[in-house]
Ligand binder design. Structure first.
Ligand code: RIB
Length: 297
């Protein structure tokens, strides 16, 4: 079985569902409020575990009620939390507005995630034992870099989601095997709106790039082959929160099983398509049996 380590955030998502998101200065009445476990790191961990990998997460929750629930939700999905610290103070929260087209806008307050600025004893051994390390940018960059370099030193594949998007130091890119931005992040990183052009520019910095394109599927670029575009299943989205994380978690599992990239992307797109048809981030993520039913391997 593929073993995946995730170094990243856990957030409690505070989600309001509205017909139309308010503009600045406007007040609107929403339909519903829910608290749903999320955070890009935790989401990717849950997606990978439900897709069929053994998964461990490195990160932190606060010593509040949210922290207790975040930990137990991860454990319920089969994610090992021995390396998830509990620290003094609040857990991370994400304040999310979801509109009636399933689109969202998110403000993240890091809370406990902000304390994850270095690896602690034991983290290196966990990373070294994994087939892949999944990284995002919701914890301090120093820890992301330490994790990527540790993985690289042990020959472990690193998959980086550059979100929330920010300038990426060359040392981090040097230690990244596969970069998975969405089209907006790719444009911000390169200044190029066209995903093919942005992907080509990113290949100057990392060997392999998958750009997610929402309903339009995903695009794979590598230095030694033609670009590969893979469509996504056509579905009606009710909540796209965490769709990118679902894609990355499932993609990592498929690549860990040594499936060819086209098949891995198709499998990951099936997982993401299932997730957008349900509300919430980690709550919406499909189990392997559901993905298999949609995309038999
Ligand atoms: O990628 C989706 C996630 O972004 C949400 O679960 C929220 O916590 C924010 O981190």
């Amino acid at each position: 079985m593929t073993h995946i380590a995730v170094l990243g955030s856990t957030n409690m998502d505070l989600v309001v569902y509205v017909d139309k998101a308010p503009r600045r200065g406007e007040t609107v009445t929403g339909r519903e409020f829910r608290t749903i476990p999320g955070g890009k790191g935790a989401n990717q961990a849950v997606a990978a575990a439900r897709s069929g990998a053994t998964v461990s997460i490195i990160g932190a929750v606060g010593n509040d009620g949210f922290g207790t629930r975040l930990r137990s939700t991860l454990e319920h999905s089969g994610v090992t939390t021995d390396h998830l610290r509990t620290v003094e103070g609040p857990s991370g929260t994400a304040h999310i507005v979801v509109d009636d087209e399933g689109g969202n806008a998110i403000v993240v307050i890091p809370g406990a995630n902000g304390t994850v600025d270095h690896l602690v004893p034991g983290d290196e051994g966990l990373i070294a034992s994994a087939d892949a390390l999944l990284l995002q940018l919701e914890i301090p960059l120093a820890a992301v870099l330490a994790g990527a370099q540790t993985a690289r030193a042990h020959g472990v594949r690193t998959i980086l989601t550059p979100a929330p998007v920010q300038d990426l130091p060359p040392e981090l890119l040097d230690a990244t095997d596969l970069l998975v931005p969405n089209e907006h992040e790719a444009a911000t990183l390169t200044g190029l709106a066209d995903p093919f052009a942005a992907g080509a520019a990113l290949l100057d910095r990392v060997p392999r790039v998958v750009i997610t394109l929402g309903a339009a599927g995903s695009l794979y670029l590598t230095r030694d082959a033609e670009p590969l575009a893979v469509p996504a299943p056509r579905v009606t989205a009710v909540d796209s929160t965490g769709a990118g994380d679902t894609f990355v978690g499932a993609l990592a599992v498929a690549l860990g099983e040594e499936r060819p990239m086209r098949e891995a992307m198709t499998w990951a797109a099936a997982a993401a398509a299932l997730s957008v048809q349900r509300e919430g981030a980690s709550a919406s993520m499909p189990y392997r049996s559901e993905i298999e039913a949609r995309y038999p391997s």
